[in-house]
Design a binder for this molecule. Structure first.
Ligand code: FES
Length: 159
């Protein structure tokens, strides 16, 4: 009987990535397809698209919380609840940017969720709620509930 090692024993020990991740020098590489990295995964970008629009395209309808974003308004970046971290070089210091208002660009490294973003969003929401009269969070007959008032009512109930 031949006792040569099986192919498993000769298999490479280096793990194979399941998703495409950012190469070390990706921000300096010229390619035909422009890409941005969302939480470390490469995605093609569409010129003129905002970061939030791209996130919705690749992550689903609610990739990050929003407050002032509305389909019938031009993005104006007022509340900053949709903020994400954006770096131009992987693992370099990032800037916090309003995703609904910032155009996506080739080679951006976008982080949607981490402790810093959670804390920032929580602080913003607390500031908004602290300046919102509780008597106005109740539903009035003439008032069409918006996502904002629904959100305020839920938040007031949990105080
Ligand atoms: S949703 Fe308000 S700044 Fe983006």
């Amino acid at each position: 009987m031949n006792s040569t090692p099986t192919s498993k024993a000769n298999a490479p020990t280096t793990p194979v990535a399941k998703t495409q991740t950012a190469p070390a020098s990706s921000n300096t590489t010229k390619t035909d397809t422009q890409i941005a990295y969302v939480n470390g995964v490469a995605h093609p970008i569409i010129q003129g698209e905002t970061i939030l629009a791209m996130l919705r395209r690749v992550m689903g309808p609610e990739p990050v919380p929003t407050l002032c974003d509305a389909p019938n308004l031009e993005p104006f970046g007022s509340c900053r609840v949709c903020s994400v971290e954006v770096a131009l070089v992987q693992d370099d210091p990032s800037k916090v940017m309003a995703s609904c208002h910032t155009p996506v660009a080739n080679g951006q490294f976008i982080t949607t969720h981490n402790e810093r973003m959670k804390r920032l969003r929580r602080n913003i929401v607390e500031l908004v709620l602290s300046n919102y009269p509780t008597e106005q969070t109740g539903r009035r007959r003439t008032m069409v509930p918006t996502s904002y008032t629904t959100w305020c009512n839920r938040s007031v109930q949990h105080r």
